[in-house]
Design a binder for this molecule. Structure first.
Ligand code: URA
Ligand code: CA
Length: 442
């Protein structure tokens, strides 16, 4: 097929045929189409869009550009995916909780890049934990325990690898059909039949406005209907980090604290909401109220924490961390960052905080960087809280005193204060299902 005519058609705003889409996806996966032609086509798609049929064809073509797993588990394989936040550890809370309620959670996750952390890096902070497992072993753990979280293999949706790398450097990330096909092709290839999406909105999110975020969520839910998968999407806010802990071992600690019933807050609230959607999508509960009761029961009885222990042990890790979080890696310098004035904490630049954690060593600047599992920080105050000069705003866990001092300045410049009361950050905006959009008020 002639690549120039495919670019020409999209340049003219025409809908591409399934054959045209199949041809360029194949060429992206096998390297036979040069990057300049793929880049031109990506920009034409970014500018002229794709309709629902084209987006579905693109998603399916990308999914089948590599291995297609069809894990045999008893029940509906369920997955959840977040479009990326700071301090977002919902997977580590949800996978064991949903498994404790009878769910089969097959989770393939990424590593952190840029300002957001990756679940796989967080898990690797647990001594001994293995995240690269062969498919048979991964599926056998899910069969036995109900959940496993592993890194995504290179054989999954290879066309996305090529296209995503080009989008990153051609200003074509913010295209709804390209985002939808990129995210869902990987989920479909991994064999998920029920998928709960957490679409972030706000500054630092893929889509900056609420309207665009809802549009993205709807487009993903629509593809589910085309592809015979059950997809729901939650649109959630990212005005401040979701959890209070940012950093790899620190985020594992927060997940364990939630599963042990020691702590609550926004991370727990959003996790329970997403978890109830996972139980509904798997057919394990028929009302939201029932789903929530099941999750709360799994929390209160300790069944969720027990599942996390089983999962860690099955993946070679030291499950004793669940009873004794001091076995997780610890930073040598613990530093209290104090408020320099009285006032209400009124705003947090989440992207800047994510970058501050990255600069401490919690994230990578390039793919080859080593991360330090112990470093990061704990937010002791949330948006809307009143603080007095001298109160501890953040506790920094740093590798050196110099790093702590540098982080102090970065963190302070990411915060805003006001003299008048500031509203709390909104967590949940909308639930998008095939039957429509429900506004959420929390
Ligand atoms: N995450 C992805 O995997 N793909 C996108 O296009 C955007 C976010
Ligand atoms: Ca995440």
């Amino acid at each position: 097929m002639d690549m120039i005519s495919i670019i020409e058609d999209k340049k003219q705003g025409k809908a591409l045929t399934r054959e045209q889409i199949g041809a360029f996806v194949k060429g992206a996966a096998d390297g036979s189409i040069p990057a300049y032609q793929l880049s031109a086509l990506l920009m034409a798609i970014r500018l002229n869009g794709m309709d629902a049929r084209e987006t579905a064809d693109l998603t399916m073509a990308m999914a089948s550009s590599g291995d297609m797993l069809s894990p045999k588990v008893d029940g509906v394989p369920v997955d959840k995916h977040s479009t990326g936040g700071v301090g977002d550890t919902t997977t580590l809370v949800l996978a064991p909780l949903v498994a404790a309620c009878g769910g089969k959670v097959l989770k393939m996750s990424g590593r952190g890049l840029g300002h957001t952390g990756g679940t796989i890096d967080k898990l690797e902070s647990i001594p001994g934990m293995k995240v690269e497992l062969p498919e048979e072993e991964f599926v056998s753990i899910v069969r036995r325990i109900g959940c496993a979280v592993v890194g995504q293999s290179a054989q999954l949706a290879p066309a996305d690898k090529t296209l995503y790398a080009l989008r990153d450097v051609t200003a074509t990330v913010d295209s709804i059909p390209l985002i939808v096909s990129s995210i869902l092709s990987k989920k479909f290839a991994a064999g998920a039949k029920a998928i709960v999406l957490d679409v972030k909105t706000g500054s630092g999110a893929l889509m900056p406005t609420l309207e665009k975020s809802v549009e993205l969520a709807r487009a993903m839910v629509d593809i589910g209907a085309h592809a015979g998968r059950s997809i729901v999407a939650v649109v959630s806010g990212m005005e401040e980090p979701l959890g209070s802990h940012v950093g790899n071992a620190l985020e594992v600690k927060e997940a364990i604290d939630i599963l042990s019933g020691r702590t609550g807050g926004p991370l727990k609230r959003v996790s329970l909401f997403l978890g109830s959607q996972m139980l509904l999508a798997s057919g394990l509960a028929d009302t939201e109220e029932k789903a929530r009761q099941m999750l709360e029961q799994a929390l209160d009885s300790g069944a969720g924490l027990q599942k996390l222990k089983e999962m860690i042990a099955a993946q070679g890790g030291d499950a004793r961390v669940c009873d004794d979080v001091s076995l997780l890696p610890k930073a040598p310098v613990i530093y209290s960052l104090k408020a320099r004035r009285d006032g209400y904490l009124s705003g947090v630049n989440g992207t800047a905080l994510g970058l501050a954690a990255q600069a401490m060593g919690a994230g990578r600047k390039s793919k080859e960087d080593q991360i330090d599992p112990a470093v990061g920080f704990v937010m002791e105050k949330r948006i809307g809280d009143f603080v007095k000069a001298g109160d501890t705003l953040f506790t920094l866990h740093a590798a050196t005193l110099d790093s702590a001092r540098e982080t102090e300045e970065r963190v302070l410049s990411a915060l805003s204060f006001s003299d008048t009361p500031a509203p709390k950050a909104r967590l949940l905006y909308a639930l998008v299902r095939p039957e429509g959009v429900t506004e959420l008020a929390e």
